[in-house]
Design a binder for this molecule. Structure first.
Ligand SMILES: CC(=O)N[C@H]1[C@@H](OP(=O)(O)OP(=O)(O)OC[C@H]2O[C@@H](n3ccc(=O)[nH]c3=O)[C@H](O)[C@@H]2O)O[C@H](CO)[C@@H](O)[C@@H]1O
Ligand SMILES: C=C(OP(=O)(O)O)C(=O)O
Length: 422
């Protein structure tokens, strides 16, 4: 298995290109099942998760081709579509559950394997199933699969309020309701930029959606959707991750294509830590103002709050801050798996349930560490960039799910990082 070797060193300077969002692309791709006409996504990220979604859609009967070295995903679901999303593919990636809504809308029935738990928490499917049941689906769990069917074959518009603004359940509801009969309203909907991106794409396909980006989304169902070409929104998590590189190591880096509106609550915390962020025509330019960052407290929340997907990377920054920081994780019940690995590197962290106390140390030291999930793995790379000596991060297949060419991108701003084939 490959690993990543990082040599800690001086400041980082230059430009780094930010890719299209994994989490947007993973919901935009299943939207192809809603139409018989082609859907083309530009600015797609080159990631293993996109290959997994390609395999899943292909297994369902869609045609998917990657053009321009994977930056464009061209898809067509004009032929027969199968209702069965098999365990062997679905188990690899939580986001596979995003075919459930489109399959129900297209075929009136679907059999989708439960994605299963993963390192960061249990991640049940109840918010997805109750949202789709509100639209008239009947769903039962048999042999590890969700068996869903729609009485009469077509979903019916309904008003539904979620007990929590789940990103995935909002996306499944949006896609399903776009082809339902009548008007649907989703209350307490998720407000993430990836939801707006999905709504933009569905509108380009002919859907009638209003209110995306707020907690009340209204969808007027249409009889059919047509083809479209849609650019995938910038990846705010990759953006935030690379903004932390000069914050941790010093220097000045411009994250090309970065937009403040995607990372406002994160930037608020960076500013408090002593990091300067300026928006300009090329993107976001990030610079550390002092020798050492200052401690800050962080609580993860649904958008527009501080994103859980940047918590591990923020922890890496705070390990060498002046003072004590408290990080509270409210979205996932088990998302501090990076803490013991950062402790191997000399960090002073105590975890008490959903809270982590980070007492800043002067320096981290390179060590052998293991990636436990996607954002944990990149947090160790960031920590390694600032540490004395060498850090080797193993189990990096997690990293390849969410970061394209990470070694190439970080080397481009002066980092000493290489992949060791293993
Ligand atoms: C592909 C994708 O877009 N992934 C993102 C998406 O995941 P995902 O869509 O899976 O995250 P959700 O917003 O659904 O999950 C948030 C919380 O709700 C709980 N929950 C969720 C669904 C459900 O049916 N029942 C339930 O209890 C989860 O266990 C979790 O505690 O949003 C998360 C929260 O911002 C991000 O960390 C993920 O990177
Ligand atoms: C948790 C993440 O992704 P997923 O929902 O695909 O597991 C993530 O991107 O950090």
């Amino acid at each position: 298995m490959d690993s990543i070797l990082v040599r800690g060193g001086g400041p980082l300077n230059g430009d780094i290109e930010i890719a299209g969002a994994k989490n947007a692309c993973l919901t935009l791709m299943p939207a192809t099942l809603l139409s018989e006409e082609p859907l083309t996504l530009t600015n797609a990220p080159r990631l293993s998760d996109i290959k997994t979604m390609t395999a899943l859609l292909t297994s369902l009967g869609a045609e998917v081709s990657s053009l321009q070295e994977g930056k464009v995903q061209a898809m067509s679901s004009h032929g027969d579509i199968s209702p069965l999303a098999d365990y062997e593919i679905v188990r690899k990636m939580r986001a596979s559950n995003l075919v459930l809504g489109p399959l129900l809308a297209r075929l009136g029935h679907a059999v989708v394997s439960l994605p299963g738990g993963c390192a960061i928490g249990a991640r049940p499917m109840d918010l997805h199933t109750t949202a789709l049941e509100a639209l008239g689906a009947e769903i039962e769990l048999k042999d590890g699969y969700l068996h869903a069917k729609v009485k009469g074959g077509r979903l019916k518009g309904a008003v539904h309020k979620m007990r929590f603004p789940s990103v995935g359940a909002t996306e499944n509801f949006l896609m399903a309701a776009s082809l339902a009969k009548g008007t649907s309203v989703l209350e307490n909907a998720a407000r993430e930029p990836e939801i707006i991106d999905l709504a933009d794409c569905l509108r380009a396909m002919g859907a009638q959606i209003e209110g995306d980006g707020t907690s009340r989304i209204e969808i007027q169902g249409v009889d059919r959707l047509h083809g479209a070409t849609h650019p995938v929104v910038t990846d705010r998590i990759e953006l935030g991750t690379f903004m932390l590189a000069p914050a941790i190591c010093g220097g000045e880096v411009t994250c090309l294509g970065g937009k403040l509106r995607l990372v406002e609550s994160f930037v608020e915390k960076l500013n408090l830590a002593g990091i300067d962020v300026q928006e300009n025509a090329r993107g976001l330019t990030v610079k550390r103002t002092g020798d050492r960052v200052k401690a800050v407290d962080v609580v993860t929340e649904p958008f527009p709050g501080f994103p859980t997907d940047l918590q591990a990377q923020m922890m890496a920054l705070l390990c060498t801050a002046e003072g004590t920081s408290e990080l509270e994780e409210t979205i996932f019940e088990n998302r501090f798996m990076h803490a013991p690995e950062l402790i191997r590197m000399g960090a002073n962290i105590e975890v008490h349930g959903g809270k982590a106390i980070v007492r800043g140390v002067d320096k981290l030291k390179g060590a052998q560490v293991m990636a436990t999930d996607l954002r944990a793995s990149v947090s160790m790379i960031l920590a390694g960039l600032a540490a004395e000596g060498e850090t080797v991060v193993s189990r990096i297949y997690h990293l390849d799910r969410g970061y394209e060419f990470v070694e190439r991108k970080l080397s481009g701003i002066g980092a000493h990082i290489e992949r060791i084939q293993g």
